[in-house]
Design a protein around this ligand. Structure first.
Ligand SMILES: [Zn+2]
Length: 105
């Protein structure tokens, strides 16, 4: 299930799907910084949805870190894809982080 929101630094971005808005913008997904929101398409591939989500999250990370100037779409995609594969290929990581969050370690 798609997360309802993601918090990047101090900003909480609701995550929604709206294929018509994406077609209007000629984009596969996008992040809005002013009225925080991440909008994804309605592709049938969950892997593509996750890759698009991590791409937009990476834009938000670079913005929150004040490192967004001059970043190319290729750089954003590479970083987003790496984080996605790190999490997918390290299934114990999320459990470990939940233990830390819940004070169980
Ligand atoms: Zn982008």
């Amino acid at each position: 299930m798609l997360p309802k929101y993601i918090k990047i630094g101090p900003i909480k971005y609701p995550i929604t799907t709206d294929q018509k808005q994406l077609e209007h913008r000629d984009a596969l997904a996008y992040i809005v910084f002013d009225e925080p929101e991440i909008i994804l398409g309605e592709t049938k591939s969950q892997t593509k949805n996750a890759a698009h989500l991590f791409h937009e999250i990476q834009h938000g990370v670079f913005l929150a870190a004040n490192m967004d100037k001059g970043k190319t779409e290729e750089e954003v995609t590479a970083c987003g894809n790496l984080w996605l594969t790190i999490l997918l290929d390290t299934p114990d990581m999320l459990e470990y982080l939940m233990e830390i969050r819940d004070g169980k370690t």
